[in-house]
Design a protein around this ligand. Structure first.
Ligand SMILES: C[S@@+](CC[C@H](N)C(=O)[O-])C[C@H]1O[C@@H](n2cnc3c(N)ncnc32)[C@H](O)[C@@H]1O
Length: 457
């Protein structure tokens, strides 16, 4: 499953694109292997409904984090029909231990994580942000899609905050699952070094006795100069896989009110570590575009997807605010210092707001590995079904003649199915009419049983 071939394709969309749509539809339209970094901050299966506070910048934004199999029928039937038994059984297992809502949530996530894997370059990485509600199940799911050997870290982001609990300790950490697509994943650990703790500095004599350490290290290692030792130590340390130095958002100026907004500093660390300037960063659950803003500031290309139209408004406001902030900083403190990401107006010298393409239009894949519908698919399916004059129908199971069969989309186009070979099957005329262009295969079978029992006409 964790397979990556060598081709790398150009992105089939513009830098700074924001799609307002279901991310599965959009991800399916993105070329394979064109993205360097994906950060996903999906709903966590918290069984809550989130609303932005009235009066906040994000007022009106909301999303539902409750899950039922009924709401993810299309995904579930696609997983049932698709030839990925490992994924299917992982989800079934989670459903058995944690219930139907977990099964529904993971069905939703599985297809999206699969698409993320497809669009990543072989050097790309995925950071999947979750919390203890589902992190253990999501890790299993992502292990199936990426290959268990490709997990790089399970990062624990710790924060503090109020909470009145009596039956357990306060739950104050999130988990960020970091996967590389292959062993060649981009990783710039030097770019994200952090200061040593006071204790470490004291232990090493950094504060008072640094000079003596340097001179003794020069004595013991004559090839390394004192300046080198000093510079190396001065860069700080590579962070551990538990992050305690990034505060959760409370009332900081960057807060928009978007439910579950993440701190810019968190995304800055991820982007700096796992991409290079000019690389392409995608966030399929963009919210108020923390990833997009961080990518812009770090000089990366970016695209975001969110199903809530309010995301566009808030994103534009945030970008504008960053520009204003940079104008102030530039004027007050930094003079004419370069600011990555934003361009300057040639005549006025002002920082200008980047042009964002906001669209509901699904991208159309242009890469050579895109799947299409082959002209001989009817023929191919007929031969796959066996030999002789008749073949079994995938719906009712009855043996039918060749001319009785219709070519059918397994997952209806109306439910996100695609017009590709993998989604086409032969159904007898009766089943095809019964299924129409809305029912999934599971629903068709249910309908056929009801008919058999005389419960419906
Ligand atoms: C946890 S929030 C992301 C917050 C974001 N990281 C930030 O800092 O603002 C999850 C987001 O996913 C969006 N969402 C939920 N289902 C979606 C779907 N099927 N397609 C696209 N976006 C979706 C919600 O509207 C919500 O904004």
């Amino acid at each position: 499953m964790a397979h990556a071939n060598k081709i790398s394709h150009d992105a089939n969309f513009l830098n700074r694109t924001l799609w307002i749509d279901d991310n599965l539809r959009v991800l399916r339209g993105i070329n394979s292997e064109c993205v360097d970094l994906i950060y996903l901050d999906p709903p966590f299966n918290s069984n809550r409904f989130y609303n932005a506070p009235l009066g906040s910048e994000a007022a009106g934004a909301q999303f539902d984090d409750t899950w039922s199999l009924d709401a993810v029928k299309a995904e579930w039937s696609e997983l049932q029909e698709a030839a990925n038994p490992a994924l299917y059984h992982t989800i079934i297992g989670a459903g058995l231990s944690a219930g139907e809502s977990m099964q529904a949530y993971l069905s939703f996530m599985a297809l999206r994580v699969q698409e993320c894997h497809r669009i990543l370059k072989p050097t790309g990485s995925l950071y999947l942000h979750c919390d203890p509600h589902a992190s253990h199940y999501l890790k299993q799911l992502a292990d199936v899609v990426f290959g268990a050997q490709n997990i790089r870290n399970e990062i624990v982001w710790c924060y503090t905050g109020p909470g009145n609990v009596t039956r357990h300790f306060k739950r104050k950490h999130d988990t960020i699952l970091f996967y590389g697509k292959t062993s060649k994943t981009t990783l710039n650990l030097d770019a994200v070094r952090i200061p040593y703790s006071k204790e470490t500095l004291a232990r090493r004599g950094r504060t008072e006795g640094m000079k003596s350490i340097i001179s003794s290290s020069v004595e013991t290692n004559s090839r390394r100069s004192a300046a080198e030792v000093e510079a190396r130590f001065g860069k700080g340390k590579v962070p551990e896989d538990w992050w305690v130095d990034i505060a959760a958002l409370t009332n900081q100026p960057e807060r928009t009110g978007w439910p579950t907004q993440k701190p810019l500093a968190l995304l800055e660390r991820i982007i700096e570590a796992s991409s290079n300037p000019g690389d392409l960063v995608v966030d399929p659950f963009a919210g108020c575009a923390t990833t997009c803003v961080a990518a812009e500031l770090a000089g990366r290309r970016w695209a975001g997807i969110d199903i809530d139209p309010k995301a566009l408004e808030v994103t534009m406001d945030r970008l504008r605010r960053q520009v204003d902030l940079r104008n102030t900083i530039t004027a007050d403190k930094l003079g004419t210092t370069q600011m990555p990401g934003f361009a300057r107006d040639k005549t006025s010298g002002d920082w200008i707001l980047p042009k964002v393409t906001a669209t509901g239009e699904i991208p159309v894949r242009t890469d050579p590995t895109r799947q299409t519908r082959s002209p001989r698919i009817r023929e191919i399916r007929w031969h796959e079904l066996g030999e002789g004059d008749c073949r079994p129908c995938a719906g009712c199971g009855k043996e039918k003649y060749r001319e009785d069969f219709h070519l059918d989309h397994i997952v209806p186009l109306s439910k996100g199915g695609q017009d590709i070979d993998a989604n086409l099957q032969l159904l007898c005329a009766f089943c095809n009419v019964t299924k129409g262009n809305r029912l999934t295969m599971a629903e068709l079978r249910q309908r056929l049983v009801q008919r058999e029992l005389g419960l419906t006409s």
